[in-house]
Design a protein around this ligand. Structure first.
Ligand SMILES: Nc1nc2c(ncn2[C@@H]2O[C@H](COP(=O)(O)OP(=O)(O)OP(=O)(O)O)[C@@H](O)[C@H]2O)c(=O)[nH]1
Ligand SMILES: [Mg+2]
Ligand SMILES: [Zn+2]
Length: 293
């Protein structure tokens, strides 16, 4: 048996890279009966018949991480991409993706693309919101070649995923990061200024300068109902030091008195936008939990 990594999956076929070769394989029926879906990023054992050119995934090796959206396994880092304009950034979705990634202990970078499109006031607002989070905000423009070198540095020798809405320029950035990729990129709809879901399947790409990166289809909704309400605050890194000052150890930082997080909100160390999103996510999580039990 051979060992390889799944780089793409389309219509029941999986493309497995071993060295410089890619093998087309199907998955054994046992995975379906166990409800295991092979994911891009999975390390697998497979057999391949050279005469019939047919391959079969025999086993999936232990997954370190499994993301539902985008559906990938074993990534170490997420680069969360939004654009300054066309489409406008959705800070709530950005925070939700950050929370999901924190839950999975991923290293995180925020990338604001299309900074050639003038929206300076908003840009400073976004930088302000994330100032105390510890997250690096990488400013990019594929049109003006800004930020690409920094993206290359953060991708080097890691397994990363590009995540974000459709049309923000994920595939465009990756085409700049490595020449020869020729990823398809799409126009923005002229009326509603949204992407047209050009990338249809997640694909794991090997980088010449070291490392792997997954280009994934854009998305606009994300379920975080699996997170425990009491855990949510810990997924906002700038909340953590203030949570020690909460009177109650199980404080949810909404209605409780003597709350360290709410005090830090008053002094402006925690941003209003981040806090409001926290409260909103907490409501969503509680609602989902209520429905479940
Ligand atoms: N003005 C400007 N336009 C950009 C920039 N980067 C990408 N675009 C344009 O944005 C559009 C969408 O780019 P894509 O790379 O297809 O976006 P995507 O995030 O991969 O979208 P999906 O695959 O649909 O998720 C294209 O028309 C690009 O030319 C940029 O820095 N500035
Ligand atoms: Mg794309
Ligand atoms: Zn509190």
């Amino acid at each position: 048996m051979e060992k390889g990594i799944i780089v793409k999956g389309i219509g029941g076929f999986y493309y497995i890279k071993k060295g410089n070769e890619v093998f087309e394989c199907k998955a054994r029926g046992k995975f379906r009966s166990k409800r295991i879906i092979p994911l891009v990023g999975d390390y697998v054992l497979f057999s391949y018949d050279e005469t019939t050119k047919q391959g079969v995934i025999e086993d999936i090796l232990d997954r370190k991480i499994e993301l539902i959206r985008p559906p990938v396994a074993n990534v170490e880092q997420a680069i969360i991409v939004f654009s300054l304009k066309n489409p406008d950034p959705n800070i709530k979705l950005l925070d939700k993706i950050l929370v999901m990634s924190e839950y999975h202990n991923l290293e995180l970078k925020i990338c604001i693309n299309k900074i050639d499109l003038d929206n300076e006031k908003l840009l400073y607002e976004i930088i302000g919101i994330y100032k105390n989070t510890g997250y690096e905000v990488i400013l990019c423009s594929t049109k003006k070649d800004i930020g690409i070198d920094r993206i290359k540095e953060v991708l080097k020798n890691k397994i990363s995923v590009f995540a974000g809405p459709s049309g923000v320029g994920k595939s465009s950035i990756l085409n700049k990061v490595q020449s020869g990729l020729k990823l398809k990129t799409g126009e923005i709809s002229s009326k509603i200024k949204r992407g047209k879901h050009t990338t249809r399947h997640s694909e794991l790409l090997q980088l010449d300068f070291g490392g792997w990166v997954v280009d994934s289809p854009g998305f606009t909704s994300l379920d975080i109902g699996y997170i425990d309400p009491e855990e949510l605050g810990f997924l906002f890194p700038e909340f953590k030091q203030y949570m020690d000052h909460c009177k109650f150890t199980n404080c949810l930082h909404v209605n409780e008195p003597n709350c360290g997080v709410k005090n830090a909100l008053k002094t402006g160390y925690i941003s209003k936008e981040r806090y409001n999103n926290y409260v909103d996510f907490l409501e969503q999580i509680k609602e989902i939990n209520n429905r479940r039990y």
